[in-house]
Design a protein around this ligand. Structure first.
Ligand SMILES: [Zn+2]
Ligand SMILES: [Zn+2]
Length: 112
């Protein structure tokens, strides 16, 4: 939710706290009936959801085999199966795929 979780009553102008309004869920049209916390008049509230964004730094990892810097790194312990023939911890996709295919061809001693 965003920070604007109050709504002004169309009758008396009171700022109703809506922060708990969605605990019972919301209908498909994003509307709900709300009783003013001050004047007890009932009114219709339309809930608008704002898009939200989050950001991360772009991190480049260096392949332990060929030295390529890549954003899409294959790490031992995070990727399964991981080819035993690769020495090191982090590899670019092509080094990983190459070793993986080789082990597949060999009849596979890949630990799953
Ligand atoms: Zn009111
Ligand atoms: Zn590589």
């Amino acid at each position: 939710m965003n920070i604007y979780d109050t709504v002004d009553c169309p009758y008396c102008g009171y700022e109703n706290d809506m922060s708990h309004a969605l605990t019972d869920g919301l209908s498909d049209d994003n509307k709900l009936d709300w009783e003013c916390q001050k004047c007890d008049e009932e009114f219709e509230v339309t809930v608008e959801f704002e898009p939200s964004y989050s950001a991360d730094k772009i991190v480049y990892h260096e392949c332990d085999k060929c030295g390529t810097k890549t954003r899409n790194i294959y790490k031992r312990g995070m990727v399964f199966p991981f080819p035993e023939s690769l020495e090191g911890k982090s590899f670019c996709k092509s080094c990983w795929a190459e070793a993986y295919l080789k082990e597949c061809e060999k009849g596979s001693n890949i630990k799953l």
